[in-house]
Design a protein around this ligand. Structure first.
Ligand SMILES: Nc1ncnc2c1ncn2[C@@H]1O[C@H](COP(=O)(O)OP(=O)(O)OP(=O)(O)O)[C@@H](O)[C@H]1O
Ligand SMILES: [Mg+2]
Length: 231
């Protein structure tokens, strides 16, 4: 379970998050929607331990990240705007590097399986510097899940993906969901949200405006709720 309490973030004069509290149960798949600059990426970075809040707490299974940073981070897979991949490495080298960092068993086999799953087998040994944006994103997805994280944090994961890769990513998400992972996803894509999420949180100006369960995959309903809150 992730418990976020009264999170505030200010940078200089700017308030980015205002007293945000949120509880996400184990196995929940939550979609976070909101306009540009709402604070969505900021909240994900704080949950993932990539950024410190100005005040407030985040607890994962009762533990604060700062009390046990390495152990807590091992439980999290993070797909951010930045791919965190090494340009001069091939897909296999990149995944092996991250796999070793997280002490993944049978790292090479796992890496190759994931490369196949994201459709990059043909490019497995090519340095990624020449890869297209969508190819990088495919590999970044594999990197985020190489250690079978209990919590998967996805910041606009569908960006840059072609139709085939979108289906592939949704299947990855659904598979992680079946395994019982908790998933937090920021997206601007309402259709993808209803495909995978069972709860939606709407944010604007660093505040949560709405938080509801998705009972049937109805994009229009989400669109209406969004317009009602965000305008
Ligand atoms: N390092 C920083 N220094 C100053 N301001 C920042 C910094 N990082 C983020 N911000 C500001 O915080 C606000 C929220 O940013 P954030 O990236 O969380 O938004 P977002 O909801 O993810 O938006 P988008 O949909 O465009 O990705 C923005 O107004 C942004 O300018
Ligand atoms: Mg963002």
């Amino acid at each position: 379970m992730i418990v976020i309490k009264e999170l505030n973030k200010t940078i200089g004069e700017k308030t980015i998050l205002r007293n945000v509290s949120l509880q996400v149960d184990k196995g929940d798949t939550v979609g976070i929607l909101g306009p540009n600059g709402a604070g969505k990426s900021t909240i994900l970075k704080i949950i993932g331990g990539l950024m410190k809040p100005s005040s407030g707490t985040v607890k994962i299974e009762g533990q604060k990240i700062k009390d046990n940073p390495l152990e807590t981070k091992k439980r999290i897979g993070f797909l951010a705007h930045n791919s965190y991949l090494y340009d001069h490495f091939s897909p296999l080298e990149n995944l092996k590097f991250f796999g070793k960092l997280y002490n993944v068993e049978n790292c090479e086999v796992k890496a190759k399986d994931l490369i196949r799953e994201v459709g990059l087998t043909y490019f497995m040994h090519e340095p990624i510097r020449s890869f297209s944006r969508g190819m990088i994103q495919r590999l970044a997805i594999a990197r985020a899940i190489i250690h079978d994280p209990e919590i998967l944090i996805l910041d606009e994961p569908h960006t840059g993906l072609d139709q085939h890769a979108v289906t592939l990513l949704n299947n990855v998400i659904l598979k992680m969901k079946e395994k019982g992972s908790t998933i937090l996803m920021v997206t601007h894509d309402f259709a993808q949200t209803v495909e995978t999420c069972d709860r939606i949180v709407i944010m604007k100006h660093g505040v949560i405006l709405d938080d509801f369960k998705v009972t049937n995959p109805d994009v229009d309903m989400i669109y209406e709720k969004y317009v009602e809150q965000v305008g």
